[in-house]
Design a protein around this ligand. Structure first.
Ligand code: ZN
Length: 278
């Protein structure tokens, strides 16, 4: 049976920790590298419901996209949700591993899975190539097989992504035609200018705020915007990461069982129309 060290080695061959941003915290958060691994659960967020799911399924390792601790801490006491999570995992011999910005820029990475989920076909190129290797980078640019209206693309993207309370928000004329598309999993504010320079028809990302989006849309001839739930834009990558782990280990004659958590851990749990509040 493989160990946590075997699984970590395989994951880090796909998502090299050296590719992570300097502010990021990736790798093994808790767990003994010599511990045996039979089952690996993949999830976006290291939160209590995911730990519960790991225990219920009998996972030995949880792989999440988001780090549990991004900044330094002086305590893992069970007085905070993060400390409680660490206690739950360690008491039950479950490890926790994170691949975050190193998975964002990987080839294929988080935005490749997002691009395919919303219906892009053909080659994908990084929206913002990495300086050290332009095959990797943030976001992806690709094409739809044929031009469709922004409205139709938004519906297609909503169907391709897992359902969340907020759905998708669209900025731009719903009847305009779109074909060239940029996507970026997670918060994509910082790539707005890059998306415009790339000459795409629409940029799909998450966590867009009023002022950057409003100012972006004031400029004529720019791309339309689609703002999806942060969790939903990163979730498609989990299946790809699980597949890479199992196939990489299988080449070495090692078998692990993987599962992708379908628990929606997006922060937003419901919406209310103005009419509901009258
Ligand atoms: Zn994220």
């Amino acid at each position: 049976m493989p160990t946590i060290a075997d699984v970590v080695r395989e994951l880090e061959s796909a998502y090299d920790p050296r590719w992570a941003e300097s502010w990021d915290a990736v790798g093994l958060v808790c767990g003994d590298p010599s511990a045996r691994v039979r089952r690996v659960l993949f999830a976006v967020d290291p939160v209590a419901v995911v730990a519960d799911e790991a225990l219920a399924w009998g996972a030995d390792l949880v792989v999440t996209h988001h780090p549990l601790y991004l900044r330094g801490t002086t305590t893992v006491a069970a007085t905070t949700f993060k400390g409680r999570l660490v206690h739950t995992l360690i008491k039950n011999d479950v490890g926790l591993f994170t691949a975050h910005t190193n998975a964002d820029v990987a080839d294929p990475g988080v935005s490749d899975a997002l691009a395919r989920a919303v219906g892009l076909t053909g080659p994908l190129t990084p929206l913002q190539p990495s300086a050290d290797d332009p095959r990797r980078g943030l976001g992806r640019v690709g094409s739809l097989p044929a031009p469709i209206t922004l409205r139709a693309f938004a519906r297609q993207a909503a169907r391709g992504l897992p359902g969340t309370a907020g759905g998708l928000r669209v900025a731009g004329d719903p009847d305009r035609e779109v074909r060239r598309v940029a996507v970026s999993g997670g918060a994509g504010d910082s790539l707005l200018t890059t998306a415009r320079a790339a000459g795409v028809d629409v940029f799909l990302t998450a966590d867009l705020r009023h002022h950057p989006a409003s100012e972006f849309m004031e400029a004529a001839d720019g791309p339309a915007l689609i703002d999806a739930a942060h969790w939903a834009t990163e979730w498609p990558w989990l299946t790809e990461a699980a597949r890479r782990l199992t196939s990489g280990l299988a080449e070495k004659g090692i078998t692990v069982e993987t599962r992708v958590s379908e628990t929606v851990t997006d922060a937003w749990t419901t919406t209310a129309e103005c009419e509901d509040l009258k």
